[in-house]
Design a protein around this ligand. Structure first.
Ligand SMILES: Cc1cc2nc3c(=O)[nH]c(=O)nc-3n(C[C@H](O)[C@H](O)[C@H](O)COP(=O)(O)OP(=O)(O)OC[C@H]3O[C@@H](n4cnc5c(N)ncnc54)[C@H](O)[C@@H]3O)c2cc1C
Length: 385
């Protein structure tokens, strides 16, 4: 059995950043990923995706995203960046190594991953959300004759040209996929059940995330109150478009509910122009479409569920119940947890951008892990292994 100082689960942005910081702290780390390359989830995202946080706030520790990639790098450029990041810091993840469970083993952890299993005092969970697509069910869904897919399986609008597509959910993926379908020549309807918060991606030429970073020390409610007038002017009334505005401001919404506002890159304009129709919640499916709760049946050829993710780590961490909430989501991220030696990186949404949070979180976890190991080695002379 392998006995590294630390095991990092996941070779996406969070896992790579964590491994870089652990190695920089002088620890040996084993990075395990079930996929066959770094940034596997980014390789699978839809084709037109660009970062919606600016390059300068999205780099991982120790290596900037090249300025040649522009303000908002494309998905492919971000994958290139992750590859060069791994190369630069000589991170050599073990691929095709799914971790089934992490269990307590005396003072250490046993990471169960078949031939790649390891015993280690430190585990960093950087498994992201992609394994847990939230796929709501409606009556009649099984009889629907068209295609139903989750946004994580959507690639581009080409197969839907000339077809009637329903996008369910108006988060960042829903907004961008609706726009993509519309530009590809599909007849697009958005089903928006909950009240939303929409922000422009850039305000007065400045990335909106930069405003959030500048205001990060203000209480969320105060920042929201300060920003409200200019955001109202910039986005305009969304009620006229058939959408409901969330009662909480954007910062409060992220902080209290972990819900990220829509950073609009053009979907709202299409709704205003009538090129994308906005409807309310779905009541049920029919054989050839849906019936909306507000009334009215409409036919659709395809339904794309942009309904987000519901991470549940209970199976991965059966002995670490104290660090998860009742639904299996980490209670805390990017800092020590209630379980000695167990850390999460990038597990909780941040108002200042998830990748920025991953950089900060990995840096903190690297330092905390080193401190933890030093104390551990003092307490258990000869080490835990
Ligand atoms: C469409 C989309 C766009 C986004 N755009 C931005 C943006 O512009 N800016 C921003 O700041 N944030 C953005 N985010 C949020 C966040 O930054 C990304 O989701 C980011 O990829 C998170 O990195 P991660 O390493 O935590 O997770 P992931 O990138 O999901 O990587 C997790 C890795 O863990 C591996 N894994 C999972 N389970 C196991 C297991 N049991 N055993 C072994 N390996 C496992 C997976 O194979 C995967 O490689 C976006 C998210 C989405 C969904």
């Amino acid at each position: 059995m392998l006995t590294p100082d630390a095991v990092v689960i996941g070779a996406g942005p969070a896992g790579l950043a964590a491994a870089q910081r652990l190695n920089a702290s002088g620890l040996t780390s084993l990075v395990l990923d079930k996929a066959d390359a770094v940034g596997a989830v980014w390789r699978r995202h839809y084709d037109r995706l660009h970062l919606h946080t600016p390059r300068i706030h999205s780099s991982l520790p120790g290596l900037r995203i090249p300025s040649a990639y522009g303000r908002y790098p494309s998905r492919a450029q971000f994958v290139d960046y992750l590859e060069s990041y791994a190369k630069r810091f000589k991170l050599a993840p073990t691929f095709n190594a799914p971790v089934a469970a992490v269990k307590r083993d005396g003072e250490a952890w046993r990471v169960e991953a078949g031939e790649h299993s390891a015993r280690t005092p430190i585990v960093v969970v950087a498994t992201g959300w992609a394994d847990f697509p939230n796929q709501p069910r409606w009556p009649g869904m099984a009889d629907f004759q068209g295609d139903i897919l989750h946004s994580s399986a959507y690639r581009n609008g080409a197969p839907y040209a000339g077809k009637r597509a329903l996008v369910v959910g108006f988060g960042n993926s829903g907004a961008e996929i609706a726009l993509d379908l519309c530009e590809a020549g599909a007849d697009v309807t958005l089903s928006v059940r909950s009240p939303v918060r929409i922000l422009p991606r850039d305000l007065l030429g400045v990335p909106i995330v930069s405003f959030a970073i500048a205001q990060r020390f203000l209480p969320a409610r105060v920042a929201d109150a300060i920003n409200a007038p200019i955001l109202r002017m910039s986005v305009g009334s969304i009620e006229k478009l058939g959408l409901k505005k969330a009662a909480k401001g954007p910062m409060q919404m992220i902080e209290e509910d972990g819900r990220v506002p829509v950073l609009d890159i053009g979907a709202v304009k299409k709704i205003r122009e009538g090129a994308i129709k906005a409807r309310g919640a779905i009541e049920r499916f029919t054989r050839n479409g849906v019936v909306f709760a507000e009334g009215g049946a409409e036919p659709f050829d395809a339904v794309i569920l942009a309904t987000g993710f519901k991470p549940d780590l209970r199976r991965l961490l059966p002995d670490a119940a104290g660090v998860l909430d009742a639904n299996g989501r980490p209670l805390t991220s990017d800092q020590p947890t209630a379980e000695p030696g167990l850390y999460f990186v990038g597990a909780i949404a941040s108002p200042t951008g998830q990748l920025r949070q991953i950089r900060l979180g990995a840096t903190r976890v690297g330092a905390e892990a080193r401190r933890f190991l030093a104390e551990e080695r003092t307490t258990f002379a000869g080490g835990v292994r």
